[in-house]
Design a protein around this ligand. Structure first.
Ligand SMILES: [Zn+2]
Length: 442
């Protein structure tokens, strides 16, 4: 028996392939593929995986009909800017689908009838921004400087709007911005505002376990929705409350493929690859697009494609310990461990270009992992930003090193397996400002 989602994909995939086959970019790459078989979800595997670099360089990835009405620019993690165009009919198709899903979608079930406060510019990560038509007011707030933060706190704590008296609040935005807002609300003692928050939707970044616990304390009545989105992809996904894995929204088909090949995996770690369906993406459809994220195939209870994120492919350490290339450490596991350690440096929470130094630094931990190839195989060099001098506080520094390695050994199966296979890891504590914060890049 097939699910509604499978039926949905079966209905839209053949048209997607037919449309894309008219675009020179795909015509070239698909010259040797029998497109008749590629129109099924199983047959999709016959098509090559395309990378961000290929898409960025392409002059011929454009369906020559319809006019673009929206331009999306993404700077990306890999310093590779990408520009995407969307047409009116694509946006209309997405809107119509969202309206239809309102009644059944589990995300929509708790996004209705709330006042939404968002720190996101509505043009960014469009797929993750609430559909404005069917929900209560959307109010733009900012945490970029102290004045705007104070405005946001006062708005939330003294919110009066005709017709919205009994409504709950939804806070929507990047985790670090919502963390900053939570701190400011707590410091003001704004219990009325905090109590009305029924939902937190995180976009464009990950929420560590430690931050989740803090936000649950700050907003005791709130449920959390962690979204997955890429600016260049028409639609994203969300972290499921049932299986604690990510699922994708209906307009995209997901696969995890091998680290070094385009073969679809049924288990284990690989590259997360997405296919946008027609008519939700028309002008520049991405077919088997390598997201640049590494993921583990989920074995969830939900009976649909699911995955767990490991980190950006450009940052995740990979090495060969004798049995082929493997992931040596999950960056998300590292993130969770580092975020429990107070001495670890965090990324900026404010708009870096504004340089206003607002509030506490609540961004993700500053760290990087490097694979060092030695004659005895790869070893790991883990650099972590730290707020105090390790020479002035040697005991604390040693405790921090120990906590990091023990924490990883307890929580990260990649690190544990690699260590068992002989991997050696060295932790270096670095000065503030020396390292970038761990993130999905944004
Ligand atoms: Zn699930």
């Amino acid at each position: 028996m097939s699910t509604a989602l499978e039926d949905f994909h079966r209905r839209f995939l053949p048209e997607t392939i037919r449309e894309a086959a008219q675009i020179p970019f795909y015509r070239k790459r698909w010259a040797h593929v029998d497109l008749a078989t590629a129109t099924s979800e199983e047959g999709l595997q016959e098509l090559p995986v395309i990378t961000r670099a290929e898409v960025a360089d392409a002059q011929d990835l454009f369906l020559d009909r319809g006019r673009p009405s929206l331009l999306i620019h993404t700077s990306g993690t890999d310093a590779r800017p990408l520009v995407r165009f969307r047409s009116v009919s694509e946006l209309e198709a997405m809107r119509a689908l969202s309206d239809r899903l309102e009644a059944t979608n589990d995300r929509a079930a708790f996004s209705r009838e709330r006042v939404v406060f968002t720190t996101q510019n509505l043009s960014k990560h469009a797929s993750a921004v609430p559909i404005v038509s069917d929900i209560a007011p959307v109010i733009n707030i900012s945490t970029d400087n102290n004045w705007q933060l104070e405005v946001a706190v006062n708005l939330l704590d003294q919110f009066r709007m005709p017709g919205a008296e009994g409504l709950d609040f939804e806070l929507h935005g990047r985790p670090k911005h919502l963390a900053l807002l939570a701190h400011a609300l707590l410091e003001k003692g704004a219990s009325e505002g905090r109590g009305r928050v029924g939902l937190l939707t995180f976009v464009g970044g990950r929420v560590s376990t430690n931050l989740t616990n803090f936000l649950q304390y700050a907003f005791p009545h709130a449920r959390f929705v962690q979204t997955y989105s890429l600016a260049e992809v028409v639609s994203g996904g969300y972290l499921c409350h049932l299986c604690h894995l990510y699922h994708l929204d209906a307009p995209v088909i997901g696969e995890v493929v091998g680290l070094g090949n385009a073969r679809r995996l049924s288990s284990g770690a690989g590259r997360l690859v997405l296919t946008e369906l027609h008519p939700f993406s028309q002008l520049q459809p991405l077919i088997r697009y390598d997201t640049g994220d590494l993921a583990v195939v989920g074995e969830g209870v939900c009976g649909r494609f699911s995955f767990q994120l490991i980190g950006r492919a450009s940052q995740v350490p990979i090495g060969d310990l004798g049995e082929g290339r493997q992931v040596l450490m999950s960056l998300h596991a590292l993130w969770d461990v580092l975020d429990t350690l107070p001495s670890v440096e965090r990324g900026r929470t404010d708009n870096a270009s504004a340089g206003s130094g607002v509030g506490w630094q609540l961004g993700s931990p500053c760290a990087e992992v490097r694979v060092v190839e030695t004659q005895r195989g790869p070893s790991l060099r883990l650099n972590v930003g730290i707020l105090h001098s390790p020479h002035l506080f040697p005991t604390q520094a040693e405790a921090t090193r120990r906590s990091i390695l023990d924490g990883l050994a307890q929580t990260d199966r990649f690190f544990t397996a690699a260590t068992r296979a002989g991997l050696k890891t060295q932790v270096k504590l670095c000065r503030p400002g020396e390292l970038e914060s761990l993130s999905r890049g944004k």
